[in-house]
Design a protein around this ligand. Structure first.
Ligand SMILES: [Zn+2]
Length: 106
C-alpha cells in the first residue's frame, strides 16, 4: 500500500471512529442514577441539546496526525419519567471527553 493510500486509510479510520463516537452518545444504555439508587426503573427523555460555537482550527501535527482541538462543549439535558432532571456536558467534536453530570434540584 502506498503512502497516500495509507494516509487515506488512516483518515478514513478517524472519520469512522468520530462517527461511531458521535452516535454512541445516544446508543449506549443509559439509566437515571437517582432512580437506580432507589432501585426504580424509568424512561429518560432528552429535553435539550446545545453546543457552544467557539471558532477553532483543527490541524495536522509534525507527525502528520490530525489534531482536533475542538474546545466546544455539548450540553444535554435529561429528564426521567419519575421527574429527576440533570444535564451532562461533553467536550470535543466527537463528544469523546465527558466533562460531568450535574443533577438539578427540583
Ligand atoms: Zn429518575
Amino acid at each position: 500500500m502506498g503512502v497516500i493510500d495509507e494516509a487515506i486509510e488512516r483518515l478514513w479510520q478517524r472519520i469512522m471512529a468520530r462517527l461511531r463516537s458521535r452516535h454512541r452518545l445516544f446508543e449506549e444504555p443509559k439509566f437515571c442514577e437517582q432512580c437506580q439508587a432507589a432501585d426504580q426503573r424509568s424512561k429518560i427523555f432528552i429535553l435539550q441539546v446545545s453546543r457552544t460555537k467557539i471558532p477553532y482550527n483543527p490541524f495536522y501535527d509534525e507527525l502528520g496526525n490530525f489534531c482536533d482541538n475542538d474546545p466546544n462543549i455539548t450540553t444535554i439535558e435529561f429528564k426521567c419519567s419519575r421527574g429527576h432532571e440533570w444535564k451532562e456536558e461533553k467536550k470535543g467534536s466527537g463528544h469523546e471527553t465527558f466533562v460531568g453530570a450535574i443533577p438539578k434540584q427540583i
